[in-house]
Design a protein around this ligand. Sequence first.
Ligand code: HEM
Length: 172
Amino acid sequence: MQSLQQKASEWSGVSIADAFAIDEANLFHKLGLQTLVNLSTNFYNRVYDDDQEWFRSIFANSDKQNAIQNQIEFLVQRMGGPTLYSQRRGHPALIARHRPFPLTHEAANRWLHHMGQALDSTSAIDDDSKIKLINFFRHTAYFLVAGVEQKDQNFHVPCKDAALKQHPCKNF
Ligand code: HEM
């Protein structure tokens, strides 16, 4: 049976090594807090202004400022900075936290479309960091689609997957 990571690689076209190249480069130190704040704000401005109602509506019950704060703290932590997200929200458990939402392939594509535009229009993100971030986001988006699809299974089962030994599931 395919692991969630394998599915994510197949669907996103991003290998596990490329997806987690962020772990070899501390992008928090490289880019700095303000850039991650700007990226998260830029991204959610696009999401909440999306002209496609079906996508915008996924966020209808979420407060925009709170969503931005969640994203900033997650990115700071995941990119090698202080563990702001876990201090306030606990384990990221992103699959579990995305369960209420309709995470289809189409939704992942739209999310990635906005993130791609946010990355392109946020200053101070060099090309190498951009590629690493895009690969991480692409892989994670499809990892979440695969995880949410697998509704009736225990979230922690994938953590036992050998492939995750290199990429601890604590990140998700
Ligand atoms: C696949 C398409 C995705 C959709 C449709 C989606 C949708 C959502 C929605 C509706 C929320 C609630 C907003 C909030 O209150 O924070 C949320 C939260 C969040 N999302 Fe996503 N998301 C997607 C992909 C991703 C990806 C790829 C990441 C990370 C790389 C991510 C990270 C987060 C984080 C950290 C939160 C905050 C969770 C919390 O603390 O409650 N999401 N997402």
